[in-house]
Write a protein that binds this ligand. Structure first.
Ligand SMILES: Nc1ncnc2c1ncn2[C@@H]1O[C@H](COP(=O)(O)OP(=O)(O)OP(=O)(O)O)[C@@H](O)[C@H]1O
Length: 313
């Protein structure tokens, strides 16, 4: 759905983006992460055909940005990081105005507008002035606007920036809803954890260069190649440690430590071991009573810090 090769944009001597190679399949949700000024907006504006690159290739839904920009505009919904709403216009009028620009006519226009308002949970603000909306509501209205023409691809530039925690959660839920309708979504943020549970792929951009680009699973595995389990047993801890250390799947066993939230033992499996279904059975068969058995979660902030270590300013 999106492909770029060697995509580069220069402003004078400054590389706003440099040699960006991306590939997004249908239904992918790509989290585009990077600090301010890293090149996220530049990339999205090029994909939305609002800006020409200095060199490089870019295709959206198979259409080249150079030869088929009109096709791309039909297929893409681009929500910029900042956009204005017109004064003295009601929410519904604002949407109808854009629907008219997309040549949605007659009764269909009102129907589509009402549908997108419903989707972004703004029906109750239908008759309110667009300028009276909170930041969170305005962002949702912006999203409604780019959904009017039923685009297959969404380019969303920092949709959650400036939102309070509750509005961020609402935005995340909305993005999940859009993901579940099968749209291909590129969404930028300067915070990885914010995107982690909705994305299946992430790209980290720094000073115009894509320094990491992979699926989320690979990112986690790169930072932590070994699966770590938290295992608790009632009774003889020393016997449990000896038992676990003797199992072929297990590389290391250590107490989870005082500060650990759910105590027990911290069991590091041998590298690339993902299937540990037999482990619990082995413990029980040895006569131990299991009180805890779960995979230790990795904090995505830790992943982000590890992936950008030495590169992030
Ligand atoms: N029109 C322009 N003229 C000159 N430099 C520009 C222009 N637009 C962007 N840049 C520069 O290109 C770089 C990338 O900017 P871009 O807006 O793409 O970053 P960003 O990752 O989207 O940042 P933000 O999160 O602040 O929106 C920055 O150094 C910026 O100053």
């Amino acid at each position: 759905m999106i492909e770029t090769r060697g995509l580069t944009k220069k402003y004078g001597e400054l590389f706003a983006i440099r040699d960006i190679d991306l590939a997004l399949d249908a239904g992918d949700v790509f989290g585009f992460i990077g600090p301010n000024g890293a090149g996220k907006t530049t990339t999205m504006r090029i994909l939305a055909t609002l800006l020409n690159p200095t060199w490089g290739e870019a295709y959206v839904c198979g259409a080249s940005i150079y030869t088929k920009p009109k096709e791309i505009r039909k297929a893409v919904g681009y929500m910029p990081d900042f956009f204005g709403v017109y004064e003295d216009m009601k929410v519904i009028e604002y949407l109808e105005f854009f629907a008219a620009a997309y040549r949605i006519r007659g009764p269909q226009r009102r129907k589509v507008c009402d549908e997108v308002l419903e989707l972004v949970d703004l029906s109750y603000k239908r008759e309110a002035l667009a300028t009276s909306l909170s930041r969170g509501m305005t962002q949702r209205l912006g999203l409604a606007r780019v959904l009017l023409h039923e685009p297959r691809v969404l380019l969303l530039d920092e949709p959650a920036s400036g939102l309070d925690p509750r509005a961020r959660i609402a935005m995340r839920e909305l993005l999940k809803r859009l993901r579940d309708t099968g749209k291909t979504i590129m969404v930028s943020s300067h915070i990885l954890p914010e995107l982690a549970d909705i994305c299946n792929k992430i790209g980290i951009i720094e000073k115009g260069e894509l320094i990491f680009n992979a699926d989320v699973e690979t990112a986690i595995r790169q930072v932590r190649p070994n699966t770590i389990l938290r295992i608790g047993v009632a009774g003889d801890q020393a016997a449990a440690i000896t038992l676990l250390e003797g199992l072929p799947l297990v590389e290391r066993v250590e107490p989870a430590g005082e500060g650990a939230s759910d105590k027990g033992l911290r069991v590091t499996l041998t590298q690339h071991t993902r299937d540990y279904a037999d482990l619990a059975a082995a413990i029980v068969t040895a006569g131990q009573k299991l009180t805890l058995f779960k995979e230790e979660e990795i904090n995505l902030e830790t992943v982000f810090m590890a992936l950008t270590k030495g590169i992030t300013a």
